[in-house]
Design a protein around this ligand. Structure first.
Ligand code: ATP
Ligand code: MG
Length: 452
């Protein structure tokens, strides 16, 4: 407490918090120049400094710049309170979720500004009262602190780096610059305690190691195997957010394998076991994740509904065929399978319902790619979800689930002119619209819907 008061009174006057234990590295040691920052981040730090506050770029952005990557967003840490920050920036608003942060907006860019917070090692009497659950999970995380406190409550050494644009210096509290150079992911503090405080850090370890292609330090890795079950206590919406970050990181394939290797998928994507143990499921998911990674890496959009639709598809497909084998007709069987799989996943992964519509449309359109005669292909081309469903079908072709020729046909058909399209039509062998009186015998007419 006393230290915090001293920091508060004297902190702003000192340019270097030497007593905090941070190493202050000049540009020659880290190579990050101010002009590599986003203009909005730079402006935010400058405005804070002009008002007498500290303002540092922190977290993933500093780490990515050190690694020569372009940061996807910039976070700023400050000793100004959220209310003080908000008053400094005309276009800003306070966002309160687990804790209050301020969004500062310039044009289309948003900078997240966070007030230094405490809750790393217990340093003072009052912090001993921090509320935890019976597994050691922190239930509240919203105590303001010094910059040193703020560094200690972060997860990995490489994330506790603060860049001061005015002086082009990096404040490194836990050897993060050296760990970055050695490509090592290392937890700050005692790993087991930190995972108990927030089990999601285990998922972050797997995600960041995959994203950065870092190796996880042995002491950081070791507790994960026994603590993985703690993920069951985390609200599922948070797990879903983390799953989305992993899948949209541009390194989803590596991330998914990393998760499974650490035994973390039970708490995050339990369906991976069933998918990856089945060779055709694995082929499909590998194709889907590679494709997503390539899209993200070349800045093309990738929709969560498409991704989760792909992850769930092996189950939908399996259930669909099981139902067909019991005599159900292909289309109703597919719809029943879709609903069953979506219901089952709600207990596990909690994919928000807002994605259901698009996932179902993508799935439901799959049998229609088989129908290449008459007006049907033209109608399919007009469907608002054609593009996503077509991309999905190409993945199935890549995984050997439908003939490669089918994918090639649709690729050509889209770009062909009128005459060529007409010449491409295949004699319609698909089931005609069902007539009421004529009942099909069990098992009949199922094969053409989806060749195995
Ligand atoms: P990415 O580049 O994927 O955004 P990131 O490290 O920036 O990675 P964020 O989720 O944006 O991840 O978090 C920003 C910073 O907040 C992190 O760098 C880390 O310092 C801190 N942080 C985030 N989540 C936790 C956590 N669960 N425990 C401790 N610190 C965390
Ligand atoms: Mg980030």
């Amino acid at each position: 407490m006393i230290r915090r008061i001293i920091d508060k009174v004297f902190g702003r006057k000192k340019s270097r918090p030497t007593q905090s234990g941070a190493q202050i590295l000049p540009v020659s040691a880290h190579g990050i120049c101010r002009d590599q920052l986003d203009d909005c981040a730079l402006k935010t730090c400058e405005t804070l400094a002009q008002a007498g506050f500290k303002g540092y770029v922190v977290g993933g952005a500093v780490r990515d710049l050190l690694l020569g990557k372009t940061p996807k967003d910039f976070d700023v840490a400050t000793d100004a309170t959220p209310e003080q920050v908000r008053k400094l920036f005309r276009r800003s608003r306070i966002i309160g979720r687990r804790f209050q942060i301020v969004h500062v907006m310039c044009g289309r860019v948003t900078i997240e500004v966070t007030t230094f917070r405490a809750n790393g090692e217990k340093e003072t009497e009052d912090e001993d009262d921090r509320p935890t659950d019976e597994h050691g999970r922190l239930l509240s995380d919203n105590v303001f602190g010094s910059m040193g406190d703020d560094a200690a409550r972060r997860d990995f050494t490489i994330n506790a780096l603060y860049y001061d644009p005015a002086r082009e210096e990096v404040h490194d509290y836990f050897g993060g610059v050296a760990d970055c150079k050695a490509r090592t992911l290392r937890m700050i503090g005692i790993p087991e305690t930190r995972y108990r405080e927030d089990p999601v850090r285990m998922l972050r370890a797997a995600r960041l190691a995959a994203k950065l292609d870092f190796h996880i330090d042995e002491a950081t890795r070791r507790p994960v195997a026994s603590l993985a079950p703690l993920l069951a206590n985390i609200p599922r919406a948070r797990i879903f957010d983390e799953a989305l970050k992993l899948l949209l990181s541009g390194h989803a394939l590596r991330g998914v394998h990393q998760l499974r290797a650490e035994g973390l998928h039970h708490g995050m994507l339990p369906l991976l076991d069933t998918i990856l143990d089945d060779p055709s499921g694995e082929r499909f998911i590998t194709a889907a994740l590679k494709n997503t990674d390539a899209r993200i890496q070349s800045d093309r959009p990738s929709s969560p509904a498409f991704l989760f639709g792909a992850l769930l598809w092996p189950q939908v497909q399996k259930r669909w065929h099981e139902l067909e084998a019991t005599g159900e007709k292909p289309q109703p069987a597919l719809f029943t399978a879709m609903d069953e799989v979506l219901d089952a996943q709600r207990g596990q992964l909690a994919i928000p319902r807002r994605y259901d519509g698009m996932m179902k449309e993508i799935w439901a359109l799959q049998p229609r790619f088989e129908q290449r005669g008459g007006q049907r292909p033209y109608r399919l081309l007009e469907h608002p979800r054609f593009r996503a469903a077509y991309d999905f079908m190409l993945l199935r072709a890549e995984a050997g689930e439908v003939p490669a020729e089918l994918g090639e046909w649709w690729t050509r058909f889209q770009d062909a002119d009128e005459d060529e399209r007409a010449s491409m039509l295949v004699t319609d062998s698909s089931p005609k619209p069902r007539r009421r009186r004529k009942r099909r015998k069990p098992g009949e007419g199922t094969a053409e819907a989806l060749p195995a």
